[in-house]
Ligand binder design. Structure first.
Ligand SMILES: *Cc1c(COP(=O)(O)O)cnc(C)c1O
Length: 236
């Protein structure tokens, strides 16, 4: 399987939305006294077809994200090896750990020590070291994955003993909110947990999506994960 040709109208539409997005990112950085180069944009292609992936690459995106292991595997298999970096951003079942070890540049949603055990075993078998972020359930919603904020420190400590996992930072999804200012305290609390985790190599804070990325950047996000603001609405 390989990538189909991008459709010209997709490339134009995506490039246009990316231009606006980069302007808004730069403005949020300026607001916070940060450099635009400090924030990496991950384009979330979940549910979109391979044509969209081809268009995303042609429009210049180099970091792409998926929230389901099998969809990531299929899309990664279809893209040339050096075309982009695939980020696994969604909850992972342990029986799919190998897919992520084989295909993902980085795993953003490490949320239990049992999953860490499964990933460690697969990574050892595959002879690779997997960069991971620990997902924190900062909003406290029962529907969301992630370790409890109060447990984050202990989980991070426990993970340092995994030789084939490199814990690079933290990830979260804020609660859905019509007004992104409402979730600023959640991002701020993530930043506090991040700063408090004084472990070597911790440098990534993955937070902010289409609706709230500016606030996330202002509060210290190093990676934002944006889908609909680049690719349009999903499933419609
Ligand atoms: C879908 C998804 C995103 C992107 O959401 P948008 O609102 O489309 O920007 C970001 N992070 C995760 C974990 C997702 O599943």
């Amino acid at each position: 399987m390989s990538l189909p040709d991008a459709r010209e109208e997709d490339v134009v539409a995506i490039a246009g939305r990316l231009e606006t997005l980069h302007e808004r990112m730069a403005q949020a950085c300026q607001q916070a006294g940060r450099q635009p180069g400090e924030v990496t944009l991950i384009g979330v292609t979940k549910t979109f077809p391979l044509e969209t992936v081809a268009a995303a690459l042609e429009a210049g995106l180099r970091d792409l994200g998926e929230n389901r292991a099998q969809e990531l595997a299929a899309k990664a298999a279809a893209t040339p090896p050096d075309a982009c970096r695939w980020h696994m951003i969604g909850h992972l079942q342990r029986n799919k750990a190998r897919i992520v070890v084989q295909r993902a540049f980085m795993f953003h949603a490490l949320d239990s020590l049992r999953l860490a055990d499964a990933l460690e075993r697969r990574a050892q078998e595959e002879g690779r070291i997997l960069p991971c972020l620990v997902q924190v359930n900062i909003s406290g919603e029962a529907t969301k994955s992630g370790v409890e904020p109060a447990d984050a420190h202990d989980v991070l400590e426990a993970l340092t003993s995994r030789d084939h996992l490199r814990i690079k930072g933290l990830m979260t999804l804020a609660a859905p909110a019509a007004d992104p200012e409402k979730v600023r305290p959640q991002f701020r609390e993530m930043r506090r947990l991040f700063d408090a985790a004084s472990m070597p190599g911790m440098m990534m804070l993955s937070m902010g999506m289409s609706n709230d990325f500016e606030v996330a950047i202002e509060e210290g996000a190093t990676h934002i994960r944006v889908g609909s603001a680049i690719f349009g609405p999903r499933g419609g």
